[in-house]
Design a binder for this molecule. Structure first.
Ligand code: ADP
Ligand code: MG
Length: 253
């Protein structure tokens, strides 16, 4: 269970001002559930994802984020990853000169080492990776290319989902994984996430639009506005937002 309690976080802007972006987030995602976080631009959705993953540049000023009994906020980013926290980025980075297969195997083996599991050799890894690639209807040459270099927007997102399929996280946070995807790629990504549904897997799917939630049916939907969860409901809440926009909810909050 991922349990976020009264989480506050600030950033320091380029001109030295401190701004509170997260203003008391309360959110629990039980094992086996997929929750959506929706909200207007600038609400703090990406900030929440970054703070959970331990990215630099944010200061947590109050609150907690626990994965089972583990205090995520007290852990280094790589410790959070080893504990099973996975963040799929809104803008995946390109790594020129780094082969994708090497990159993915290094990431997987780092986590296996941290958990005291045996590392996979190149042959074992390729077998696993090819199976995941097939499951995600991706092209085999994805592994031979440099990480995200020259990948289309859709290929980058699929590569994130491939990485997730290999790492099998406890909690996946997908930050606008749907942006830049055409409808076929959207379905493949959604199916990739759906296929990970398991008793020990949970996900926070962050999205601005309802579209992705036609394919990944969330157990709960939360609306984030101005740094707080202002409303939670079932999948019907996403459709309501699509129809009515965020304005009414923001006003009510
Ligand atoms: N590094 C930064 N410097 C200044 N402002 C930032 C920085 N990162 C985020 N913000 C501000 O924090 C707010 C929330 O941003 P973000 O979490 O990216 O929102 P969302 O993902 O919901 O669109 C926005 O007003 C944004 O301008
Ligand atoms: Mg964002």
């Amino acid at each position: 269970m991922l349990e976020i309690r009264d989480l506050h976080a600030t950033i320091t802007t380029a001109d030295g001002q401190t701004r509170e972006i997260l203003r008391g987030i309360d959110l629990s995602v039980p094992d086996g559930e997929i929750h959506a976080v929706m909200g207007p631009n600038g609400a703090g959705k990406s900030t929440l994802a970054h703070v959970l993953s331990g990215r630099d540049g944010y200061e947590v000023t109050a609150g907690s984020a626990m994965l089972d009994e583990q205090d995520l906020l007290a852990m280094a980013p790589e410790e959070r990853a080893a504990a099973g926290v996975f963040l799929a980025f809104q803008y995946p980075v390109e790594l020129p000169g780094v082969g994708n297969a090497h990159f993915l195997r290094t990431a997987l083996n780092a986590q296996r080492r941290a958990r005291g599991e045996a590392e996979l050799d190149a042959v074992q890894f390729l077998k696993l990776a090819r199976a995941e690639i097939k499951r995600l209807a991706m092209r085999d040459d994805m592994l031979k290319r440099q990480v995200n270099v020259g990948f289309s927007g859709g290929e980058k997102k699929r590569n994130e989902v491939l990485q997730m399929g290999l790492l099998r996280p406890r909690v996946a946070v997908l930050d606008e994984t749907d942006s830049g995807l055409d409808i076929d790629a959207l379905r493949i990504v959604a199916e990739g996430v759906n296929a990970l549904r398991a008793p020990r897997f949970s996900a926070l799917v962050i999205t601005h639009y309802q579209r992705l939630l036609d394919y990944i049916v969330p157990d709960r939907v939360h609306v984030l506005a101005a740094g707080r969860i202002v409303r939670s409901g079932g999948p019907e809440l996403a459709r309501l937002l699509e129809a009515e926009g965020y304005a009414a909810i923001e006003q009510a909050a």
